[in-house]
Design a protein around this ligand. Sequence first.
Ligand SMILES: *Cc1c(COP(=O)(O)O)cnc(C)c1O
Length: 454
Amino acid sequence: MKIPYKIYLSEDEMPKQWFNLRAQMKELPEPFVNPATGEYCTKEELLPVFCEELVDQELNVTDTYIDIPQEIQNYYRMYRPSPLVRAYNLEKELDTPAEIYFKYEGTNTSGSHKLNSAVAQAYYAKKQGLTCLTTETGAGQWGTALSMACAYFGLDLSVYMVKVSAEQKPHRRAVMETYGAKVIASPSNTTQAGRKILAETPDTNGSLGCAISEAIEVAVTSENCKYVLGSVLNHVGIHQSVIGMETKLACDKYGIKPDIIIGCAGGGSNLLGLIAPFMADKINGKNEIEFTAVEPASCPSLTRGKYALDFGDTGKTTPLIRMYTLGSGFMPSPNHAGGLRYHGMSPIISKLYHDGYINAKSYAQKEVFDAAVAFTRVEGILPAPESSHAIKAAMDEALACKASGQKKTIVFGLTGTGYFDMTAYMNYNAGNMTDHIPTDEELQVGFDSLPKID
Ligand SMILES: *Cc1c(COP(=O)(O)O)cnc(C)c1O
């Protein structure tokens, strides 16, 4: 069958259920641990921070399929299904026998896959009768997505934005404010956590871990308010499975059999969502797909981190999560892929990696931008720096096929557009882009911040 440039599903074919991979895993990730007691967290302990239905999803390890509420399906219809694109032009450019496909999540105004979970989280918050949400944002994609979702459902939103991003991306901030959100550069003096970090390190660029501490503090001290997170957590991965469900439907429809599926990994949510149904088949012996997580060499949680219990935030206020981590005290260098600068990783992705179901590789910033520019010149789409990590890995796979004469089918997640990352592209174009790869000594500083509990 001739495969079109873009495979679109019809609205009727869109998934009506999310996929909860944990229900199919042979061994489960460890539950969250309460740092005060050393015991596993109960539902009651999570309720002060998160919405009830999200806590249920967070703890659900038995239901493979979870119904997508009709209101969320209606919102999804405004920008989904997203296309699965055959990168014919890139194949030609690379002169490779490989087939390359990418699932493109940049077609909505927020410009990334983050909206898939933002809409779900805002919906459940509204349903529970909340009036306000708080969150953090690194590169700004999550804050933008949540601003859109909160505007739609009529919720107030405060976004703690990592300081270096707020400075580099004034237009991101303007988009969030246009949707009605309040944006605060983090660390800020509006919270105890922020004031403490500012007192210790006044010149800090900020970090996701620190912005999370601030947002949680505001949520738990405000009326009718909860905190929401755009990555890492299990329920976020469940919402993102709409990416993988659509990809699998499109592949099945056209007889496409991926040999390798690649995703960039910051907190792991797009990767988890993309691979979920394919990974379940692999676990059940139904395919031999290779799965690859790609991360920046400047923030190498999988490739150089430790599999340990760690806090999700710098202020050490969250439960402990068993994950690959660089330590909550790790401060990444100001890499342009802001969305990949988190110290930890989804506990599900971490467990799958630990058990050998997923490979990981890292790339330095400049080679990632080389790939991004080569890609944009032939495929037209200007990719986000985060997404470009997956592009780089896919191109390397395709070139390896050329060298060996193998004809593999490569699928990768193109998570978003780079329109708000022009400072990064300007740097690259001017030849000013630098690579910072942390030394073992620098990583040790982060590891020293790990809780002494194992
Ligand atoms: C946030 C983001 C990522 C990384 O987040 P994950 O949770 O690892 O998916 C990747 N790409 C884009 C465009 C993002 O906005």
